[in-house]
Design a protein around this ligand. Sequence first.
Ligand code: PLP
Length: 467
Amino acid sequence: MTDTEIRRMDVQERDYFQHLFGKHVSRGQVRYLRCAHLDIYEKNRRGCTVVDAVSNRKFFDCFSSAGCFNVGRRNPKIMETLSRALETYDLGTHAVLSEPKISFATKLASLCPGDLSRVVLCASGADAFAAAIKLAKGATGRNDVITMNKGYHGHDGFSLSANGKDYYKELFLPLMPGFHIVPFNDLDAVRRVASKKIAAILLEPVQGEGGIHVATQEYMDGLRKICDEHGIMLIFDEVQTGFGRTGTLWAMEHYGVIPDIMFTAKSIGGGLFPNAAMVYRDMDLLVGYVEENPLFHTSHAGGSDLGCIVSSAVLDFLVENKVWEHAADVGKRFREGLMEIWRENTDYVKEVRGLGLMIGIEYKYEFLGAIMAECLARQGVWAAYSANAPQVMRFQIPITVTKDEVEEILVRIRAAVRSMRWYVVPLLPMAQIPFIRMLLDNVKIQIATFNIIRDIEELVTRYLLRR
Ligand SMILES: Cc1ncc(COP(=O)(O)O)c(C=O)c1O
């Protein structure tokens, strides 16, 4: 079926689907998406836009499923590669050698800086995180790990233990022991914990879910030095920052700092077939561990033949088109545009920051992130705030976005930020009272309120249509 054949859906049908999803998957998820106008049914997925099958409205996809669509939605080149591959390949047997696995690993190694040339194929970002931690622990024989406040690396075992937001962890205590969470960009905090007991220091060069915080050069240099002094493995999570997103192929290239291990996922699959990888340096300590324990990390889906074929095509596309240069170029303009919007609204917009096409707007209060998601959706911009920092609206447009599209998105964001005044004018004075602020920042209250607003809107629309 081609995307144009996904037919329009009427409101009754949508409600029925939401009912079924609520019944069999999660009612809470339906309410969560609905309150932010994110309950769209994606059709005509192309480049950096999708069309909602219900309203038939076009949306700019500035969320990109948190960084999965760097090469655009349904990139024709990657789709063609995948359809050709389906004539011959399937997942392949997971531990068995194959040409797609070998050529992808070789290509990936050739595009990583320094001696980052050894690859472990994985199934997802969280899976690659686990592989990285296991390798660091196994090779050093140490147990403890330093990770960053507000960091995000996935939602299972190891990665949840490293999550920098307590909310996600509280229900599942005790988690993996030995994770020390320190403030980001604070070398002294790392120095206080670093010792010969620590196996790894792990961070995202630009925090995605943490609210688009960019590591400083001094911080990266300092971390490398601390790791060298104590024999600690430095690990970079390039799940969101990799594949051209920040204006270089890997974010680490901005710093000229080479970690001992890095891992990546998401856009590695071109938004079409999931895959992930962990890459480590060609150094005796790490290579020795893997040689002795060749199956220390495997899964049936990690590095599947189809996944590797797609990932190779993604790398070819990025290299042939130097997509990261485009990210740097349009990212600069996008950031300038957002700075203008910030200057027009300094009473509630705090800051604009980011690297390449990974940019966030920070508001003065947490609850404004939820309001902005709703105002953006009304302007046809589909975006989500950072999961571990709701006051930061992040924009991760597919990197294939054109300059004209960037201008159009900026016009819509400007209109959305302006329209926030309807909420901001009455709410900002109230937010000065700590108890009210606590209520406004409460996600459950936000969901309930915006769902009531949606209910009223839909009732009014139905009534007007009937007349
Ligand atoms: C920086 C980062 N690391 C790891 C992950 C986990 O990736 P996955 O969802 O593929 O498990 C994510 C997912 O959002 C992420 O943003």
